[in-house]
Design a protein. Sequence first.
Length: 608
Amino acid sequence: MNRRGSGLGLFALLVYLFLYAPILVLAALSFNESRSSALWEGFTFAWYLKLLQNAQVMQALRTSLIVAFVSTVFSTVLGTAAALAFHRHRFRRGAAIEALFALPIVVPEIVIASSMVLLFAALSLRLGLLTVVLAHVAFSISYVVVVVRARLAGFDRTLEEAAMDLGAGPWRTLWTVTLPLCAPAILAGALLAFALSIDDYVITSFVAGVGSTTLPLQIYSMVRSGVSPEINAVSTLLLLATSLLLLAAHLLERGKPARLCAAPAGLGLALLAGPFLIGGPAAAAGEKVLNLYIWSNYIAPETLAKFEARHGVKVNVDLYDSNEALLAKLQAGNANYDVVCPSNYAVAILARQELLHPLDLTALPNLAHVDPAFLDRPHDPGNRLSIPYFWGTTGIAYRKSRTGPIDSWAALWEPRFKGRILMLDDARETLGIALLLSRDGHGVNETDERALRQAKELLLVQKPLVRTYNSADFDQVLLAGDVWLAQGWSGQFARAMDEDPDIEYVVPKEGSSFFLDSLAIPRGAPNPALGHAFLDFVMEPEIAAEICMTMRYSTPNRAARALLPAAIRDHPAIFPPPDVMNRVELLEDVGDATVLYDRLWTEVKSAR
Ligand code: SPD
């Protein structure tokens, strides 16, 4: 090979390495004995075995397979029919009609996703398995049309004419000549549709309701509580299976013999279906289900297992990381949740919009254990709609050895920490601290437009220093050493402090906000009685204490607090001393200014 050739080869190798190195690292780490990605402790299949025992992952895999199978059948039939129609008939404005079919391939997924949600809401269709299947059919059809149409372009029509000359009718010709000749393309289209469906995250996350969590949604929700080797294992399997299916589709499309394509297709399907067949059973038919929609890092699976065992039910959990995400789901009107977890100001918004189910306080005897200081608050007088669940402060956690002592929000604007700063991805929280830092002394509940615009400008100044905006696993990012200072919520930082003594938490001297998160039952919840049982369960002193110990957010339950070990009860990040409480302000409903907060925050995030 000459020098030019080997140079090009090296260049190609580097490009491939750039493309595939992250995937190779992920696959390698899925066999790492250690939980930590930082050190290799030996080869193991343990994470793959653990995966098989993870009921939630297995359930998500089943859902993905059902959705992929049904949507593939429909999109293949409809897509093939459309491709044949375009091939055989000359329509008026045929080119435009055909282009319309290809549109979903180029339209941004986010546009398809939000328009689907609007359509389903207009049709009063509850978000769930059906809406996911409909959405997947809608985006897969285009791919089937394109693949089959490409094959038909080179199709020899004289074969059909010969069949007809020999007396075959149109149907017979279709079955005996056209379809067999197009079979490789139809199969390729079907495999493509299957792989796309198994893989889709964006559209599915919009149109999925409770009980329709697919594998990509499950993986993402697991990632939000920290990347574990189990996630690496499931991602590797998913990657391998979809790559094999796409390879089979590609071979078929290139006209390779069916037996050559059968191996990758069969292996890909087996990889997906294997765990499906071996894994534990799904929720039993007819079993009662509680659908819980809650912040990530807010309840441990062990606590949910206790509720399941006590009530003989199954709990489906979906996670979110902002009040805005919760509001959007409930406002769309077709979510299927029994219990949700809005912050106090979101309760006020939901109450105004009549989106919450009135509580039957006689079914909540454990409310008596809650500290009266947290009851009958302005956002929900008389606790007619919600019960307090957790509270906490917003502050900065930092790596002492890297930053030295920190006591001011201004540290998050210091150029020496460029690229080492994490901010919450939350309109109220980020604009809130920018308001506190402004010279005119605004509070975190400011509604004045000029003040808010100034706060936005301050966030724009800070943006080049910020490594990431993250409201989910900000504690993990700090623990991993990727950032040195992080704005975030107290509970997760209290956990991080226990894991790494180099981490400190402070509520800055300028003051800060605190939040009070509630549990509530949405209007139209499928099972409000079970929802009440759950609310009462989490207010049992032992359970409330367990939740506080596992999650480290602050419990408003007086009886539970008495049960906590001193290390938690006296932890300054979990139950701050009076001087800290004196400088924090509860985030309140800001009424019409809510929209302005959202708009300004979007402008900050989208600015270059
Ligand atoms: N990961 C759980 C965090 C809960 C924080 N809720 C409060 C939000 C107030 N803006």
